[in-house]
Design a protein around this ligand. Structure first.
Ligand code: PGA
Length: 248
């Protein structure tokens, strides 16, 4: 019922020329994908890859979005600017942004609302650190993160958006959450959405797993009932690797 969405988060990798080569290689490899396919290159690559992706099944995503319409926000990019470039998804609240760039639950919420208002689907990232998992804080933390990220967002918008569950200890470490761990915590996130919005919204919202997901573990992760896709970092930087995840 929920169409899985698999998104590549390129992070700060790939120049515009490298990005053009990567998407050109990727297009034929994923053309028959059953899931929605998204690539999220750095901002500076968006204009370069947009014409190459036109008419394909690969959608364009950004890695962030600012909440203001315009103004004195040096270094930031607005949702309307992204929309004009053909962007349909925007990652918000990635743990690297929370850790290195002062992203808070409040700014995550503001970014998500701005994206939705411009017709861009936010991919809202949540997830615990290793010590939080070891202290048994995971469920309370992801519930709080989701609740704050969705503040003042109506059910009709929540049904369209994507949540990415990314345990910080699994990101870029080669340590994937087990399929059971991922499925359980995603069920907790879905329960949080259910208690805020009811069953229809909870069963519509797509919740991805992210954290060292790759060609070798995508099939088993995607076999789990709660997991509606993936947010892929390292394994999205080579067309062959990413296409294997997408064609899980
Ligand atoms: P990874 O990154 O696949 O390299 O672990 C995932 C992410 O941070 O979105």
């Amino acid at each position: 019922m929920r169409k899985p969405v698999i998104a590549g988060n390129w992070k700060m990798n790939m120049s515009p020329n490298e990005a053009k080569i990567l998407v050109t290689e990727l297009i034929p490899l994923v053309k028959d994908a059953k899931c929605e396919v998204v690539v999220c290159p750095p901002y500076i690559d968006l204009a370069a890859v947009k014409p190459i992706l036109e008419g394909t099944n690969i959608k364009l995503g950004a890695q962030n979005v600012h909440w203001a319409e315009k103004g004195a926000f040096t270094g930031e990019v607005s949702a309307a600017m992204l929309k004009e470039l053909g962007v349909s998804y925007a990652i918000v609240g990635h743990s690297e942004r929370r850790q290195y760039f002062g992203e808070t639950d409040e700014t995550v919420n503001k970014r998500a609302r701005a994206a939705l208002a411009a017709g861009i689907i936010p991919i809202v990232c949540v997830g615990e650190s290793l010590s939080q998992r070891e202290n048994g804080e995971t469920d309370a933390l992801v519930t709080a993160q989701v609740t704050l990220a969705l503040d003042s967002i109506p059910a009709s918008d929540v049904e369209r958006l994507v949540i990415a569950y990314e345990p910080i200890w699994a990101i870029g470490t080669g340590k994937t959450a087990t399929k059971e761990q991922a499925n359980e915590t995603i069920a907790v996130i879905r329960a949080a959405v259910r208690s805020l919005y009811g069953e229809a919204t909870a069963s519509a919202v797509r919740i991805q797993y992210g954290g060292s997901m790759n060609a070798a573990n995508a099939t088993e992760l995607m076999s789990m009932g709660e997991i509606d896709g993936g947010l892929i970092g390292g394994a999205s930087l080579k067309a062959a690797d990413f296409s294997k995840v997408v064609n899980y």
